[in-house]
Design a protein around this ligand. Structure first.
Ligand SMILES: *Cc1c(COP(=O)(O)O)cnc(C)c1O
Length: 384
Protein backbone atom coordinates (compact mmCIF):
# COMPACT_ATOMS: atom_id res chain seq x y z
CA UNK A 1 0.00 0.00 0.00
CA UNK A 2 2.74 2.44 0.95
CA UNK A 3 5.18 1.08 -1.57
CA UNK A 4 6.82 4.08 -3.21
CA UNK A 5 8.89 2.02 -5.68
CA UNK A 6 6.05 2.00 -8.13
CA UNK A 7 2.95 4.17 -7.80
CA UNK A 8 0.19 2.68 -9.96
CA UNK A 9 -1.62 4.94 -12.38
CA UNK A 10 -4.97 3.97 -10.89
CA UNK A 11 -6.30 1.78 -8.10
CA UNK A 12 -9.89 1.19 -7.01
CA UNK A 13 -10.74 2.05 -3.41
CA UNK A 14 -12.38 -1.04 -1.90
CA UNK A 15 -12.47 -2.49 1.61
CA UNK A 16 -14.39 -4.84 3.92
CA UNK A 17 -17.64 -2.98 3.26
CA UNK A 18 -17.66 -3.95 -0.42
CA UNK A 19 -16.45 -7.46 0.49
CA UNK A 20 -19.30 -7.92 2.94
CA UNK A 21 -21.91 -6.62 0.50
CA UNK A 22 -20.72 -8.96 -2.27
CA UNK A 23 -20.52 -11.91 0.12
CA UNK A 24 -24.09 -11.29 1.27
CA UNK A 25 -25.30 -11.52 -2.30
CA UNK A 26 -23.28 -14.70 -2.93
CA UNK A 27 -24.80 -16.30 0.15
CA UNK A 28 -28.33 -15.19 -0.70
CA UNK A 29 -28.46 -17.57 -3.66
CA UNK A 30 -29.61 -14.84 -6.08
CA UNK A 31 -26.61 -13.56 -8.01
CA UNK A 32 -28.03 -11.82 -11.00
CA UNK A 33 -30.26 -8.80 -11.57
CA UNK A 34 -32.91 -8.37 -8.89
CA UNK A 35 -33.34 -6.58 -5.56
CA UNK A 36 -29.81 -5.19 -5.16
CA UNK A 37 -29.86 -3.77 -8.65
CA UNK A 38 -33.28 -2.20 -8.15
CA UNK A 39 -32.04 -0.60 -4.92
CA UNK A 40 -28.85 0.56 -6.63
CA UNK A 41 -30.88 2.19 -9.40
CA UNK A 42 -33.18 3.84 -6.86
CA UNK A 43 -30.30 5.19 -4.77
CA UNK A 44 -28.40 6.40 -7.81
CA UNK A 45 -31.51 8.10 -9.19
CA UNK A 46 -32.00 9.84 -5.87
CA UNK A 47 -28.35 10.88 -5.70
CA UNK A 48 -28.33 12.60 -9.09
CA UNK A 49 -32.02 13.64 -8.96
CA UNK A 50 -32.94 11.81 -12.14
CA UNK A 51 -36.41 10.25 -12.49
CA UNK A 52 -35.19 7.13 -14.35
CA UNK A 53 -31.97 5.22 -13.83
CA UNK A 54 -31.16 1.89 -15.49
CA UNK A 55 -28.18 -0.21 -14.42
CA UNK A 56 -26.30 -1.83 -17.28
CA UNK A 57 -23.24 -4.07 -17.58
CA UNK A 58 -21.08 -1.28 -19.05
CA UNK A 59 -21.16 2.32 -20.17
CA UNK A 60 -20.59 0.97 -23.69
CA UNK A 61 -23.81 -1.05 -23.69
CA UNK A 62 -25.59 1.90 -22.06
CA UNK A 63 -24.52 4.16 -24.90
CA UNK A 64 -25.80 1.65 -27.43
CA UNK A 65 -29.18 1.45 -25.70
CA UNK A 66 -29.34 5.25 -25.47
CA UNK A 67 -28.55 5.66 -29.14
CA UNK A 68 -31.05 3.00 -30.17
CA UNK A 69 -33.78 4.67 -28.13
CA UNK A 70 -32.97 8.01 -29.84
CA UNK A 71 -33.52 6.43 -33.24
CA UNK A 72 -29.90 5.90 -34.24
CA UNK A 73 -29.94 3.27 -36.99
CA UNK A 74 -28.91 2.73 -40.59
CA UNK A 75 -29.01 5.99 -42.54
CA UNK A 76 -28.52 8.17 -39.44
CA UNK A 77 -25.45 9.64 -37.73
CA UNK A 78 -24.21 10.67 -34.34
CA UNK A 79 -21.95 13.69 -33.84
CA UNK A 80 -19.13 13.30 -31.33
CA UNK A 81 -15.49 14.09 -30.57
CA UNK A 82 -12.42 12.17 -31.74
CA UNK A 83 -10.91 12.83 -28.30
CA UNK A 84 -12.62 10.06 -26.35
CA UNK A 85 -12.54 6.35 -25.67
CA UNK A 86 -13.33 4.28 -28.73
CA UNK A 87 -16.71 2.96 -27.59
CA UNK A 88 -18.33 6.40 -27.65
CA UNK A 89 -18.27 6.02 -31.43
CA UNK A 90 -18.45 2.25 -31.97
CA UNK A 91 -21.78 2.08 -30.15
CA UNK A 92 -23.25 3.85 -33.19
CA UNK A 93 -21.41 1.58 -35.64
CA UNK A 94 -23.03 -1.47 -34.03
CA UNK A 95 -26.41 0.10 -34.79
CA UNK A 96 -25.33 0.42 -38.45
CA UNK A 97 -25.24 4.19 -38.12
CA UNK A 98 -22.40 6.54 -39.04
CA UNK A 99 -20.24 8.88 -36.98
CA UNK A 100 -19.46 12.53 -37.70
CA UNK A 101 -16.64 14.10 -35.71
CA UNK A 102 -16.21 17.68 -34.54
CA UNK A 103 -12.85 18.92 -33.28
CA UNK A 104 -12.28 19.92 -29.66
CA UNK A 105 -11.77 23.44 -28.34
CA UNK A 106 -8.34 25.00 -28.70
CA UNK A 107 -7.35 24.89 -25.03
CA UNK A 108 -9.55 22.17 -23.51
CA UNK A 109 -10.46 18.57 -24.35
CA UNK A 110 -14.16 19.39 -24.85
CA UNK A 111 -16.01 19.17 -28.14
CA UNK A 112 -16.22 22.67 -29.68
CA UNK A 113 -19.75 24.07 -29.99
CA UNK A 114 -18.79 26.10 -33.09
CA UNK A 115 -17.54 22.94 -34.78
CA UNK A 116 -20.76 21.18 -33.76
CA UNK A 117 -22.85 23.83 -35.47
CA UNK A 118 -20.73 23.67 -38.64
CA UNK A 119 -21.37 19.92 -38.87
CA UNK A 120 -25.07 20.24 -38.06
CA UNK A 121 -25.37 22.74 -40.91
CA UNK A 122 -23.55 20.64 -43.50
CA UNK A 123 -24.14 16.98 -42.62
CA UNK A 124 -27.52 15.38 -43.16
CA UNK A 125 -29.24 12.91 -40.81
CA UNK A 126 -27.37 13.66 -37.61
CA UNK A 127 -29.79 12.53 -34.89
CA UNK A 128 -27.75 12.94 -31.70
CA UNK A 129 -24.82 14.89 -30.28
CA UNK A 130 -22.66 12.81 -27.91
CA UNK A 131 -20.51 15.13 -25.79
CA UNK A 132 -17.89 13.61 -23.45
CA UNK A 133 -16.80 15.28 -20.21
CA UNK A 134 -13.15 14.35 -20.59
CA UNK A 135 -11.32 13.82 -17.27
CA UNK A 136 -14.44 15.04 -15.46
CA UNK A 137 -14.12 18.55 -16.86
CA UNK A 138 -17.57 19.48 -18.13
CA UNK A 139 -18.35 20.41 -21.72
CA UNK A 140 -20.25 23.57 -22.47
CA UNK A 141 -23.67 21.96 -22.04
CA UNK A 142 -25.61 25.23 -22.36
CA UNK A 143 -24.34 25.78 -25.91
CA UNK A 144 -24.70 22.11 -26.81
CA UNK A 145 -28.30 21.95 -25.56
CA UNK A 146 -29.10 25.19 -27.38
CA UNK A 147 -27.77 23.77 -30.67
CA UNK A 148 -29.56 20.46 -30.11
CA UNK A 149 -32.87 22.31 -29.76
CA UNK A 150 -32.16 24.54 -32.73
CA UNK A 151 -31.41 21.58 -35.02
CA UNK A 152 -33.86 19.10 -33.45
CA UNK A 153 -31.36 16.46 -32.33
CA UNK A 154 -30.90 14.52 -29.08
CA UNK A 155 -28.07 15.02 -26.59
CA UNK A 156 -26.55 11.83 -25.13
CA UNK A 157 -23.88 12.63 -22.53
CA UNK A 158 -21.03 10.18 -22.23
CA UNK A 159 -20.67 10.75 -18.48
CA UNK A 160 -18.06 7.98 -18.02
CA UNK A 161 -15.65 10.47 -16.36
CA UNK A 162 -17.94 12.93 -14.71
CA UNK A 163 -19.61 11.32 -11.70
CA UNK A 164 -20.29 13.16 -9.34
CA UNK A 165 -19.83 16.45 -11.24
CA UNK A 166 -22.53 18.95 -10.50
CA UNK A 167 -23.52 22.33 -11.92
CA UNK A 168 -26.30 24.70 -10.94
CA UNK A 169 -28.43 22.93 -13.57
CA UNK A 170 -27.86 19.50 -12.05
CA UNK A 171 -25.44 16.60 -12.21
CA UNK A 172 -23.42 15.85 -15.33
CA UNK A 173 -25.29 13.03 -17.02
CA UNK A 174 -28.65 14.70 -16.36
CA UNK A 175 -28.02 17.80 -18.48
CA UNK A 176 -29.01 16.34 -21.88
CA UNK A 177 -31.71 13.86 -22.91
CA UNK A 178 -29.82 10.78 -21.71
CA UNK A 179 -26.60 10.40 -19.71
CA UNK A 180 -24.49 7.26 -19.39
CA UNK A 181 -22.08 6.62 -16.49
CA UNK A 182 -19.31 4.01 -16.26
CA UNK A 183 -18.36 1.90 -13.25
CA UNK A 184 -15.33 0.33 -14.93
CA UNK A 185 -12.49 -0.44 -12.50
CA UNK A 186 -10.58 2.82 -13.10
CA UNK A 187 -13.54 5.21 -12.94
CA UNK A 188 -14.58 7.50 -10.07
CA UNK A 189 -16.65 4.69 -8.54
CA UNK A 190 -16.65 1.07 -9.60
CA UNK A 191 -18.54 -2.20 -9.82
CA UNK A 192 -15.57 -3.81 -11.70
CA UNK A 193 -17.63 -3.59 -14.88
CA UNK A 194 -20.89 -1.71 -15.07
CA UNK A 195 -22.73 1.44 -15.96
CA UNK A 196 -25.85 3.50 -15.33
CA UNK A 197 -28.19 5.25 -17.73
CA UNK A 198 -30.10 8.33 -16.58
CA UNK A 199 -32.98 10.08 -18.29
CA UNK A 200 -35.97 12.27 -17.50
CA UNK A 201 -37.92 10.84 -20.44
CA UNK A 202 -40.29 8.02 -19.55
CA UNK A 203 -40.64 6.70 -23.09
CA UNK A 204 -36.88 6.57 -23.67
CA UNK A 205 -36.48 4.83 -20.29
CA UNK A 206 -39.09 2.24 -21.20
CA UNK A 207 -37.50 1.48 -24.56
CA UNK A 208 -34.02 1.12 -23.02
CA UNK A 209 -35.36 -1.02 -20.17
CA UNK A 210 -37.01 -3.48 -22.56
CA UNK A 211 -34.01 -3.72 -24.89
CA UNK A 212 -31.64 -4.16 -21.96
CA UNK A 213 -33.11 -7.62 -21.29
CA UNK A 214 -33.78 -9.51 -24.53
CA UNK A 215 -36.73 -7.33 -25.49
CA UNK A 216 -38.77 -9.01 -22.77
CA UNK A 217 -41.67 -6.94 -21.47
CA UNK A 218 -41.24 -7.97 -17.80
CA UNK A 219 -38.11 -7.90 -15.69
CA UNK A 220 -36.86 -11.13 -14.12
CA UNK A 221 -37.54 -10.09 -10.56
CA UNK A 222 -41.11 -9.24 -11.44
CA UNK A 223 -41.51 -12.62 -13.08
CA UNK A 224 -40.49 -14.42 -9.90
CA UNK A 225 -42.25 -12.24 -7.36
CA UNK A 226 -45.50 -11.00 -8.90
CA UNK A 227 -48.76 -12.94 -8.80
CA UNK A 228 -48.77 -13.46 -12.55
CA UNK A 229 -47.28 -16.78 -13.68
CA UNK A 230 -43.51 -16.64 -13.54
CA UNK A 231 -43.04 -18.28 -16.92
CA UNK A 232 -45.29 -15.88 -18.82
CA UNK A 233 -43.64 -13.11 -20.81
CA UNK A 234 -43.73 -11.57 -24.23
CA UNK A 235 -40.83 -10.51 -26.46
CA UNK A 236 -41.60 -7.30 -28.26
CA UNK A 237 -38.29 -6.66 -30.07
CA UNK A 238 -34.82 -8.15 -30.61
CA UNK A 239 -33.13 -7.02 -27.41
CA UNK A 240 -29.70 -7.31 -25.83
CA UNK A 241 -28.21 -8.87 -22.68
CA UNK A 242 -27.00 -5.72 -20.97
CA UNK A 243 -28.24 -6.10 -17.36
CA UNK A 244 -26.05 -5.53 -14.27
CA UNK A 245 -25.98 -8.50 -11.86
CA UNK A 246 -26.78 -8.07 -8.15
CA UNK A 247 -23.33 -9.18 -7.10
CA UNK A 248 -21.93 -6.08 -8.83
CA UNK A 249 -24.76 -3.76 -7.85
CA UNK A 250 -24.03 -4.61 -4.21
CA UNK A 251 -20.50 -3.25 -4.68
CA UNK A 252 -21.95 -0.21 -6.46
CA UNK A 253 -24.27 0.64 -3.57
CA UNK A 254 -21.34 0.78 -1.16
CA UNK A 255 -19.22 2.79 -3.60
CA UNK A 256 -22.06 5.25 -4.15
CA UNK A 257 -22.17 5.96 -0.41
CA UNK A 258 -18.46 6.73 -0.46
CA UNK A 259 -18.50 8.74 -3.68
CA UNK A 260 -18.50 12.16 -2.01
CA UNK A 261 -15.45 11.19 0.05
CA UNK A 262 -13.69 9.89 -3.08
CA UNK A 263 -14.53 13.18 -4.80
CA UNK A 264 -13.08 15.28 -1.95
CA UNK A 265 -9.90 13.22 -1.99
CA UNK A 266 -9.52 13.56 -5.75
CA UNK A 267 -10.06 17.30 -5.54
CA UNK A 268 -7.45 17.57 -2.81
CA UNK A 269 -4.84 15.71 -4.88
CA UNK A 270 -5.63 17.75 -7.99
CA UNK A 271 -5.26 20.95 -5.98
CA UNK A 272 -1.86 19.87 -4.70
CA UNK A 273 -0.78 19.09 -8.28
CA UNK A 274 -2.12 22.44 -9.51
CA UNK A 275 -0.38 24.35 -6.73
CA UNK A 276 2.93 22.61 -7.36
CA UNK A 277 2.85 22.76 -11.16
CA UNK A 278 1.46 26.28 -11.65
CA UNK A 279 4.92 27.77 -11.18
CA UNK A 280 6.57 25.41 -13.71
CA UNK A 281 7.04 27.18 -17.04
CA UNK A 282 7.36 23.81 -18.83
CA UNK A 283 3.88 22.67 -17.78
CA UNK A 284 0.32 23.66 -18.59
CA UNK A 285 -2.39 22.82 -16.02
CA UNK A 286 -5.50 20.84 -16.99
CA UNK A 287 -8.65 22.74 -17.94
CA UNK A 288 -10.89 23.16 -14.89
CA UNK A 289 -14.51 24.21 -15.34
CA UNK A 290 -17.06 24.48 -12.56
CA UNK A 291 -17.98 21.04 -11.21
CA UNK A 292 -14.85 19.18 -12.33
CA UNK A 293 -14.99 15.54 -11.12
CA UNK A 294 -11.19 15.17 -11.44
CA UNK A 295 -11.40 11.63 -12.80
CA UNK A 296 -8.03 12.17 -14.51
CA UNK A 297 -5.24 14.68 -14.15
CA UNK A 298 -4.21 15.63 -17.68
CA UNK A 299 -0.80 17.22 -17.47
CA UNK A 300 0.34 19.12 -20.55
CA UNK A 301 4.03 19.29 -21.40
CA UNK A 302 5.09 22.49 -23.15
CA UNK A 303 7.27 21.18 -25.91
CA UNK A 304 8.79 24.61 -26.71
CA UNK A 305 10.15 24.92 -23.17
CA UNK A 306 10.82 21.27 -22.35
CA UNK A 307 12.76 20.24 -25.43
CA UNK A 308 11.63 16.63 -24.98
CA UNK A 309 8.58 14.93 -26.36
CA UNK A 310 5.54 13.75 -24.42
CA UNK A 311 6.63 10.14 -25.05
CA UNK A 312 10.10 10.73 -23.56
CA UNK A 313 8.62 12.57 -20.59
CA UNK A 314 6.20 9.68 -20.03
CA UNK A 315 9.01 7.10 -20.28
CA UNK A 316 11.06 8.97 -17.70
CA UNK A 317 8.12 9.15 -15.32
CA UNK A 318 7.69 5.39 -15.61
CA UNK A 319 11.42 4.84 -15.03
CA UNK A 320 10.98 6.92 -11.87
CA UNK A 321 8.28 4.52 -10.71
CA UNK A 322 5.26 6.64 -11.62
CA UNK A 323 2.45 4.83 -13.43
CA UNK A 324 1.11 6.94 -16.27
CA UNK A 325 -1.35 6.70 -19.11
CA UNK A 326 -2.30 8.78 -22.13
CA UNK A 327 -5.91 9.84 -22.59
CA UNK A 328 -6.91 9.53 -25.32
CA UNK A 329 -5.44 8.36 -28.58
CA UNK A 330 -7.77 10.30 -30.91
CA UNK A 331 -9.85 8.08 -33.18
CA UNK A 332 -8.22 9.36 -36.36
CA UNK A 333 -4.99 7.55 -35.43
CA UNK A 334 -6.66 4.13 -35.41
CA UNK A 335 -6.50 1.85 -38.45
CA UNK A 336 -10.25 1.20 -38.38
CA UNK A 337 -11.09 4.89 -38.54
CA UNK A 338 -8.36 5.74 -41.04
CA UNK A 339 -9.83 3.06 -43.29
CA UNK A 340 -13.19 4.79 -42.96
CA UNK A 341 -11.61 8.00 -44.23
CA UNK A 342 -11.00 9.85 -40.98
CA UNK A 343 -8.05 12.22 -41.37
CA UNK A 344 -5.94 13.72 -38.58
CA UNK A 345 -5.46 16.99 -40.46
CA UNK A 346 -9.15 17.83 -39.99
CA UNK A 347 -8.67 17.92 -36.21
CA UNK A 348 -5.73 20.21 -35.42
CA UNK A 349 -6.80 20.90 -31.83
CA UNK A 350 -7.22 17.23 -30.94
CA UNK A 351 -3.81 16.50 -32.48
CA UNK A 352 -2.12 19.31 -30.58
CA UNK A 353 -3.60 18.34 -27.21
CA UNK A 354 -2.81 14.66 -27.71
CA UNK A 355 0.85 15.37 -28.48
CA UNK A 356 1.48 17.10 -25.17
CA UNK A 357 -0.77 15.27 -22.70
CA UNK A 358 0.11 12.72 -19.99
CA UNK A 359 -2.28 11.35 -17.33
CA UNK A 360 -0.58 11.05 -13.95
CA UNK A 361 -1.83 9.06 -10.92
CA UNK A 362 -5.01 10.38 -9.29
CA UNK A 363 -6.92 8.01 -7.02
CA UNK A 364 -8.48 8.39 -3.58
CA UNK A 365 -6.16 6.17 -1.54
CA UNK A 366 -2.92 7.80 -2.67
CA UNK A 367 -0.80 8.61 0.38
CA UNK A 368 0.80 12.01 0.91
CA UNK A 369 4.19 10.40 0.21
CA UNK A 370 2.91 9.16 -3.14
CA UNK A 371 1.51 12.56 -4.07
CA UNK A 372 4.78 14.21 -3.10
CA UNK A 373 6.76 11.70 -5.11
CA UNK A 374 4.66 12.27 -8.24
CA UNK A 375 5.12 16.03 -7.87
CA UNK A 376 8.87 15.88 -7.29
CA UNK A 377 9.40 13.42 -10.17
CA UNK A 378 7.49 15.60 -12.63
CA UNK A 379 9.42 18.70 -11.58
CA UNK A 380 12.77 16.91 -11.60
CA UNK A 381 12.26 15.54 -15.13
CA UNK A 382 10.97 18.87 -16.42
CA UNK A 383 13.86 20.87 -14.97
CA UNK A 384 16.48 18.50 -16.34
C1 LIG B 1 -14.41 4.09 -19.82
C2 LIG B 1 -15.08 4.86 -20.90
C3 LIG B 1 -16.12 4.33 -21.65
C4 LIG B 1 -16.50 2.87 -21.58
O1 LIG B 1 -16.92 2.50 -20.33
P1 LIG B 1 -17.19 0.95 -20.05
O2 LIG B 1 -18.01 0.97 -18.80
O3 LIG B 1 -15.86 0.31 -19.88
O4 LIG B 1 -17.94 0.41 -21.21
C5 LIG B 1 -16.79 5.14 -22.54
N1 LIG B 1 -16.43 6.42 -22.72
C6 LIG B 1 -15.41 6.97 -22.04
C7 LIG B 1 -15.09 8.40 -22.26
C8 LIG B 1 -14.69 6.20 -21.13
O5 LIG B 1 -13.64 6.71 -20.50
Amino acid sequence: MNNLDFIPFSKPSLNEEEEKAVLNVMRSGWLTTAKETLEFEKEFAQYISSPFCLAVNSNTSGLQLAMEACGIKEGTKILTTPYTFISTATSAIHLNADVVYADIEKDTYSIDANEIEKKLKTEKNIKAIVPVHIAGNLCNMNDINYLAKKYGVYVIEDAAHSFPSKTKNGFAGTLGDIGVFSFYATKTMTTAEGGMIATKDKELAKRMSTLRMHGIDRNVWDRYTSKKSSWAYDVIDAGYKFNLPDILSAMGRVQLKKSQIFFEKRKNIAKQYNDAFSSCNFLELPPDNIGNAWHLYLLRIKREVCKISRDDFADMLQKNGIGISVHFIPHFYFTYWKNRGLNAKDFPNAQRQFEKTISIPLWPDMTQEMIDKVISSVIKIGKN
